[in-house]
Design a protein around this ligand. Structure first.
Ligand code: G3H
Ligand code: 13P
Ligand code: ZN
Length: 332
C-alpha cells in the first residue's frame, strides 16, 4: 500500500472547492507516454495551474501500470526542478470500470479515481459507486462518479446515443453514493468525431462544421439541485482545426473531425464545472507535428528529432487551454 501523500500528490477536494468558488476549471489531461507527461508538467509549471494527470485502463495496458505510477511520482520532482515550488498535481484513474481496478489504483498511490458505472442500471451504478467511495475514502482518495451516458465509446462503455443526465436524479445519487464529483452528460462525447455532419450546420464563410450547442439548461438545473457540488465534463476536446489540417496536409485522413467550441467550454468553466477532460486534442497536436516534421525531414530517423516539436505543440496547446479556456493559471 502506497499513500499518494508520500508521493507529493494531492486529491481533488481542495482543488475543486477553490475552482467552484473562483469560477474556473481544473484541466484533466490524459497521458500515455513521457512526452505527453513532460508537456503537461511544463505547461502547468509555467502557468502555475493545478493539474490532474489522468490514466485510463488503455494507458495502463499500453505503458504498464507500475511505470505510469512512477512517472507521476517523478512528475512531482520534475515540476519542482523546473521552478514550480508547490506543485498541485493529482493522479487520477480515468473511467475505472470495476471496484478491483479502482482499489488497485488507490493501493498503488493514485490520489483520485473515477468509477464509471454509468452504463449500469441506476441502482447498480449507486451500489458500485458507493463501494468504491467507501474504500477510497479510508485513504482520503477522492472519487468521481458518472450519471448519464455520453455518446460514443467510453473505454468499454458504449452507447448508441447520448442520454443526458437527469437533474431529478442527482441529489439522490450524490447523497447515497457519497461521491466527491459527478461527471454529467450534456452533449459532449469522446474522440475527434463528436458530431456527425448531419448534426451540424456549416459556417457559410469557412465551410467548417458548426456543432449544436451543449445542453446548458441541463447543467444549470443540476447546479440548482446541488449548489457548489463539483461537476465534471468528459469529452471536452475542441479538435483544433489547425491540427486537423496539419494531419490532413501531411498524409493524414481525418475528414469532418469536430469538437466542442472553446467559447462553450469557457462558459462551462465559470459554472460548477470544475474538471474538464482533454485527451484527443493532445493526440491531434502530437500526430500533426510528427507528420509535418517527418514529411519535411524524410531522412531523419532519431525519434528525439520528431518528438521535440510534437512535445512543444502539446505544451503550447495545454498552455492555451489553461490560460484562454479554463482560467486555472495562477491558481497553484
Ligand atoms: O475517455 C477516454 C480517454 O480519452 C482515454 O482513452 O481509453 O483510448 O486511453 P483510451
Ligand atoms: P476527449 O476525447 O474529448 O479528449 O475526451 C477525453 C476524456 O473525456 C477522457 O476521459
Ligand atoms: Zn472520459
Amino acid at each position: 500500500m502506497v499513500s499518494y501523500k508520500e508521493l507529493g500528490l494531492v486529491n481533488t477536494r481542495e482543488m475543486f472547492k477553490k475552482a467552484v468558488a473562483g469560477g474556473y476549471a481544473i484541466p484533466a489531461f490524459n497521458f500515455n507516454n513521457m512526452e505527453q507527461l513532460q508537456a503537461i508538467i511544463m505547461a502547468a509549471a509555467e502557468t502555475k495551474s493545478p493539474v490532474i494527470l489522468q490514466v485510463s485502463k488503455g494507458a495502463r495496458n499500453y505503458a504498464n501500470a507500475t511505470l505510469l505510477r512512477y512517472m507521476a511520482e517523478g512528475a512531482v520532482a520534475y515540476a519542482k526542478e523546473i521552478g514550480w515550488e508547490n506543485p498541485q498535481i493529482c493522479l487520477h484513474l480515468d473511467h475505472g470500470s470495476s471496484f478491483e481496478l479502482c482499489k488497485d489504483c488507490v493501493d498503488m498511490g493514485f490520489s483520485s479515481v473515477m468509477i464509471d458505472a454509468s452504463s449500469l442500471p441506476y441502482e447498480e451504478n449507486i451500489a458500485l459507486t458507493k463501494k468504491v467511495v467507501d474504500y477510497a475514502h479510508q485513504y482520503d482518495v477522492t472519487v468521481e462518479a458518472e450519471l448519464g451516458v455520453l455518446a460514443g465509446v467510453e473505454d468499454e462503455v458504449s452507447a448508441a446515443e447520448s442520454h443526458y443526465t437527469k437533474p431529478e436524479e442527482v441529489i439522490d445519487f450524490a447523497t447515497r453514493t457519497g461521491c466527491d464529483s459527478l461527471a454529467i452528460s450534456i452533449g459532449t462525447s469522446h474522440g475527434a468525431y463528436k458530431f456527425t455532419p448531419e448534426q451540424c450546420t456549416r459556417d457559410p464563410k469557412t465551410g467548417r462544421l458548426v456543432p449544436p450547442p451543449l445542453a446548458f439548461n441541463v447543467l444549470h438545473e443540476i447546479e440548482k439541485k446541488l449548489p457548489g457540488f463539483p461537476i465534471v465534463l468528459h469529452g471536452s476536446s475542441s479538435v483544433p482545426q489547425e491540427y486537423v489540417d496539419m494531419c490532413n496536409q501531411y498524409g493524414g485522413n481525418l475528414p469532418n473531425a469536430v469538437g466542442i467550441p472553446e467559447e462553450q467550454l469557457r462558459e462551462a468553466s465559470k459554472s460548477a464545472v470544475c474538471k474538464i477532460n482533454i485527451d484527443s486534442d493532445s493526440r491531434l497536436a502530437m500526430t500533426g507535428a510528427i507528420r509535418k516534421y517527418l514529411a519535411e525531414n524524410p531522412s531523419h530517423f532519431d525519434p528525439r528529432q520528431y518528438l521535440t516539436p510534437a512535445r512543444e505543440a502539446m505544451k503550447q496547446m495545454y498552455i492555451h487551454k489553461i490560460v484562454n479556456v479554463l482560467g486555472s493559471n495562477g491558481k497553484a
